[in-house]
Design a protein around this ligand. Structure first.
Ligand code: FAD
Length: 405
């Protein structure tokens, strides 16, 4: 399996780990960005959570993603409005915007060194039709009070120091966005949780959760744990443990490449719709260009494919696509390639579930989990303390009508 840029450049001492205890106050299962944020909120509340993961921190999507922290939904605002309705879309977008801001606050409060750059995100448009959609999207976002700007080609070019591809007509700029080092973010959140009393146990796989007299029993690969409550944040793997989510969350492989370093040329994160499944990228502080997407060229769009290897078709499409956006980068040498496990739902929104009393679960971020991590984590920590999922997460309920394949 190819190592991601985030894991290759983590440069952090290992987090302290303990043997699996027989009992715990509350257990967080999964040490991705969502589990790490949930653990931090629980630890801040004095609940001394135990975090377990079948590998270790950032082993899943969080350690293999594009590192873009962008307020918004996995779907375009207009498509989302058609699917969920105007009011729900506005609330969901508001949740992601609040979540993006909350994660920035957590990073600042806990002094997490994760290369956070709040420099916005430029979604480049290709051809006139995409520019028209971008204009309508920006108008709808602005009408609902969300930050967004439409750029013509010249204004988009001002944010990029090398020539844009000939087909680029402009772009949609999201000021409520930034880029960061996902691996350092997860470690930093867990290090902060550690300071408030969280404990960690790695290489433990959760197999099953059952109700017990005084709470829950977690059956794992290293024995069982009796606990008062648990939060399961295993995203693409949710269905392996929770049967009610197995038909609702599909694992999908996402692929990324990272070029050799080039001179700084872009001031923000970037994206495009070169293919129907979309592309995203950023220039890393070291000068490398991270670029991901192009699933549309893979058979079945890499749905149901486990991350691990990368495939030649998608990687070739990424190289060609990068050259279409920025012609001087065509043919540039590639430093590394990797893939990661995304988790899709039928309506591109995560699912929050409460399958047993005091058992909460979230997964299915559909390739766009970073802006939700801190806020969903905070609400799930609240759920552990009250026994009920807060109404702020109601639109992510397992029972929602749009959740049909
Ligand atoms: C290629 C790629 C690019 C992406 N780009 C972006 C982006 O730029 N911006 C953005 O917002 N989102 C992006 N995403 C999506 C984002 O990374 C995810 O939404 C987010 O990381 C989900 O975090 P999580 O904590 O829910 O899950 P994960 O990070 O997947 O963590 C789940 C954890 O659970 C553990 N686990 C699994 N099963 C078990 C078990 N049975 N017992 C114990 N532990 C278990 C795993 O080892 C893993 O550590 C991308 C995803 C991919 C794959």
């Amino acid at each position: 399996m190819q190592i991601s840029h985030w894991h290759a450049t983590l440069d952090r001492p290992p987090l302290p780990a303990i043997d699996l205890p027989a009992t715990a106050n509350v257990v967080v299962v999964g040490a991705g960005v969502v589990g790490a944020a949930t653990a931090l909120w629980l630890a801040r509340a004095g609940l001394k959570p135990l975090v377990i993961d079948r590998q270790g921190p950032a082993a899943g999507a969080s350690g293999h993603n594009g590192g873009i922290l962008s307020a918004g939904l996995a779907e375009n605002y207009l498509a989302a409005t058609a699917r969920y309705g105007k009011q729900a879309t506005r609330e969901l977008y508001g949740l992601s915007l609040a979540g993006q801001q909350l994660l920035v606050e957590l990073i600042e409060q806990e002094r997490i060194d994760c290369d956070l750059r709040l420099h916005g995100n430029l979604n480049l448009t290709i051809g006139e039709a995409q520019l028209t959609i971008a204009a309508t999207t920006v108008a709808a976002l602005q009408a609902d009070g969300f930050p967004a700007a439409l750029l013509d080609r010249d204004s988009a070019q001002e944010l990029v120091r090398i020539p844009l591809g000939a087909a680029i007509t402009g772009g949609r700029f999201n000021p409520a966005a930034g880029t960061l080092h996902s691996g350092k973010l997860v470690y930093g959140l867990l290090e902060a949780a550690d300071r408030y009393g969280a404990q960690f146990c790695w290489n433990v796989t959760l197999h099953q959760v059952t109700a017990a007299e005084t709470g829950l029993r977690l059956i794992t690969s290293r024995g069982s744990v009796a606990t008062g409550a648990a939060v399961i944040t295993i995203n693409a793997w949710s269905g392996e443990v929770l049967p009610e989510l197995s038909q609702r969350i599909k694992p999908v492989r996402g692929q990324v490449l990272c070029t050799m370093p080039v001179d700084p040329f872009i001031m923000c994160g970037f994206g495009a719709s070169l293919t129907p499944t979309g592309e995203y990228g950023q220039q890393l502080p070291g000068g490398q260009v991270l670029f991901g997407g192009c699933r549309a060229v893979a058979p079945d769009q890499d749905v149901g494919v486990s991350a691990g290897e990368v495939s030649a078709d998608v990687q070739h499409a990424l190289e060609v696509g990068l050259g279409r956006l920025f012609p001087t980068l065509a043919g540039i040498a590639i430093e590394r390639r990797w893939s990661g496990q995304m988790a899709f739902t039928a309506d591109y929104l995560p699912i929050v579930a409460n399958p047993l009393p005091n058992l909460f679960a979230v997964g299915g971020f559909s390739g766009h989990g970073m802006p939700f991590a801190a806020i969903v984590g905070r609400h799930l920590a609240e759920a552990v303390q009250t026994g009920t999922i807060p109404s702020a997460l109601e639109l992510l309920s397992c029972e929602r009508e749009t959740l049909i394949w």
